[in-house]
Design a protein around this ligand. Sequence first.
Ligand code: PAF
Length: 328
Amino acid sequence: MSQPRQAPRSSRFVVVGAGAIGMLYAARLAAAGLETELWARSRAQAAQLDARGIELIDREGSREIAIPARAATDAPGAPADVVLLTVKQPDIDDALISTVMRAGRPGALLLCLQNGIGHMPGLRAAMPGWRAAAVVTTDGALRLGGRAVRHTGTGRLWIEDTDGLECPIRIREGDMTQKMLVRQLKNAGIDAVLSKKMKDRIYQKLLLNAVINPLTALYGVKNGRLPDDPARALLMRRLHEEAFLVLHTDGMSGGEEAWARLHEVCRATADNESSMLQDIRRGRRTEVDWINGGIVALARQYGLAAPLHEAMVTLVRTLEGAADGPST
Ligand code: PAF
């Protein structure tokens, strides 16, 4: 007689990337008692986190959360069932993919939290046996120096529903469905939901990023200052219209309310520096190729023109070069 399948106790998580979002989710998972490890790029940051933990600042105040951390180049510990990939798009390369594959067991679930489009097919092809799900987060987080992170805006974690029942995640104690995973995340205070309409979610976020990110980076202003000035407001409108047409042609739902939502996000995140502005200020490569470059590539598929988004790619790339110092 077949035994009833036992529900798994919990999965083991590895969070790859110790930026603001990686630290926020690692802290939430660890604080809920879930087995979680954080992998950082720098050995110094990993050592500091491992020794002193994360200081999480949120509506409830400030808490110290112990977390095992290691440098991504160190030898891995026990393999994870679920890997949260929170690094930025330019960091996804062959070395990063082999790091991720060392982090998890075969059959593990990879949750990909990047802005922009174009990376999922490459990741899936490079990681046979894994299940890679696109994820969109509307949580806001800000890293305040080495080991402190502030939860700046409560949002939701949309996880692509890759049909957990037919293709379970293999964990130590048996199989786990995505629904079970969502329950674990919710218990950890993360408002996770499964979505079968992920393309739409990704495009709605892309539409925001394709306007806010390059303009805040080029003008050097916080999100709330974008609509203040007539020239910036006009560029916002034109970029929005151009991107909306392309994304709508490729199946994005919605209409005029998207323009109001863009303003709402500028208001709600008024004091934030966009991720692209932060990258420019820190001399790092930005995600412009996957955000505005993603719109341009999609436009080409439909024979549409996206000259303003093309200009954003050129201008932001120029700014990245300028931040690197004069070329020789
Ligand atoms: O990339 C970012 O900074 C954020 O996604 C957003 C929505 C633009 C708010 O800062």
